[in-house]
Design a protein around this ligand. Structure first.
Ligand SMILES: Nc1ncnc2c1ncn2[C@@H]1O[C@H](COP(=O)(O)OP(=O)(O)OP(=O)(O)O)[C@@H](O)[C@H]1O
Length: 320
């Protein structure tokens, strides 16, 4: 076997680099999670927080993520925000491969590509800065000139309906106002993706509505794709798409028409052809253990074992 020529080595290295480089325009969506796994290991226990999660979010969407406590929602958001690393699988946001990013790229990613709003109002803002200074701060890290920072910060506060708060410190703002300022901070560097973990969780209904309105403006007017983890039906019922996470996997999706009407249920079909039926369907139709499938011209029927698919059961059919 002959040694590869130097120029061949270069070609091989380039090919390897290209293979690692994210493919920006593979038409998959702005956020793509493919078989994402996150295992937390402590000395005694191993927790599988994400167990092969698949999710595609298209540019411009506003998506609610719902699910029981401990189902993996916050884990997913930590990974997408670049604060945590998955154990396995693929996660790509706006062309960044989240598993392959080096330190520099990760820092740039967190400053430019994603914005984050936490549930705890106190975690989003610095207490000794005014609202305007809080919003201007992330732009300092991305080297936006001082004058531009102040102008953009004021514009953002205006767009999000909190211009009156600009010279107040967080302690002088209500919880809802603080969260709206937090949305302004998170959108300061015009991120492609805005992530929010229970942003209305600590608020009363009216303030929650104002914060959700700010998120929607960030989506519709500032062009950020929004993923919001929520237990709040007010939020999940107002977005077009709600994704349910169960046991570390995406299970079902609800899509609504304009104005929040006519919800339709969807479920995720994984690569192996597995799908998870919503719990209430399982209960309502008495689906247990083995189910019968029928191939219809335009759909697949799922029947309780023992039914014939024409309203009778096996015993009726055999007796006929
Ligand atoms: N740092 C950690 N170390 C060990 N286990 C963790 C860690 N973080 C989360 N977990 C576990 O991972 C699982 C998923 O947690 P996660 O916080 O993502 O759920 P969640 O759906 O956001 O829950 P909640 O709605 O209560 O915030 C849980 O079983 C949790 O106990």
């Amino acid at each position: 076997m002959t040694e590869p020529h130097e120029s061949d080595l270069r070609t091989l290295e380039k090919r390897a680099r290209d293979a690692r480089r994210p493919r920006v325009d593979d038409g998959d969506g702005l956020v793509v999670c493919d078989n994402l796994v996150r295992v937390y290991r402590t000395e005694e226990v191993e927790v599988q927080a994400l167990q092969g999660l698949d999710l595609v979010v298209e540019k411009g969407e506003c998506v609610a993520l719902v699910g029981a406590s401990g189902s993996g929602k916050s884990t997913l958001l930590s990974i997408l925000s670049g604060h945590d690393l998955p154990t396995a699988g693929r996660a790509r946001v706006a062309g960044h491969d989240l598993l392959a990013m080096g330190r520099r790229e990760r820092l740039g990613y967190r400053r430019h590509t994603v914005g984050f709003v936490w549930q705890q109002t106190g975690r989003n803002l610095l207490p000794y800065l005014t609202a305007l200074e809080n919003v201007a701060l992330p732009m300092k890290y991305t080297r936006v000139p001082r004058r531009e920072r102040a102008t953009r910060a004021a514009e953002l506060l205006d767009v999000l309906g909190i211009a009156h708060c600009r010279d107040r410190r967080p302690a002088e703002l209500s919880g809802g106002e603080q969260q709206r300022v937090a949305v302004a901070v998170a959108t300061a560097n015009a991120p492609r993706v805005l992530l929010a973990d229970e942003p209305t969780g600590e608020l009363d209904t009216a303030s929650g509505e104002d914060v959700f309105a700010a998120l929607r403006r960030a989506n519709e007017e500032l062009g950020a794709t929004v993923l919001v983890v929520t237990h709040d039906p007010l939020v999940s019922e107002q977005v077009r798409r709600t994704v349910r996470i169960r046991d570390g996997r995406t299970s079902t999706e609800t899509l609504r028409g304009p104005g929040g009407t006519a919800a339709e249920e969807y479920t995720v079909l994984d690569r192996a052809g597995r799908l998870q039926l919503p719990r209430d369907y399982v209960d309502r139709y008495g689906l247990r253990g083995r189910v019968r499938l029928t191939a219809e011209p335009d759909h697949v029927g799922v029947w309780p074992d023992g039914s014939t698919g024409d309203g009778t059961d096996e015993t009726d059919r055999r007796g006929r």
